[in-house]
Ligand binder design. Structure first.
Ligand code: FES
Length: 110
């Protein structure tokens, strides 16, 4: 089953992306050309995959592990609804999830 992810870009425009269950949110964002660097490729050793999760979706996610909380403490412009996108695996229950790219996100490779 496909899962729709609604990304809000830094400029406020919205991009709707179809993804597959089991994909990581970081991979989906990168494949869509969004500026999430993901330097450590999901090892929770950076915070360059940081995103904001819309409040109505935030509580539906598995809670972050302690390692993720530690990295979020270091993320620029972190908020109460911040998560590391590499730690979010898309499931059917997350169809329609709304994600915002932080204003500080930047991908040098793009
Ligand atoms: S890619 Fe480094 S913590 Fe997510």
């Amino acid at each position: 089953m496909s899962v729709t992810v609604n990304f809000t870009r830094r400029d406020g425009t919205v991009l709707n992306v179809e993804a597959d269950e089991g994909e990581s949110l970081l991979t989906v964002a990168q494949n869509a050309g969004l500026p999430l660097e993901g330097t450590c490729e999901g090892q929770m050793a950076c915070s360059t995959c940081h995103v904001y999760v819309a409040r109505e979706w935030f509580d539906r996610l598995e809670p972050p592990r302690e390692e993720e909380e530690d990295m979020l403490d270091l993320a620029a412009a972190a908020r109460a609804n911040s998560r590391l996108s590499c730690q979010i695996e898309l499931t059917a229950e997350l169809d329609g999830i709304a994600i915002t790219i932080p204003p500080t996100s930047y991908d040098q490779s793009r």
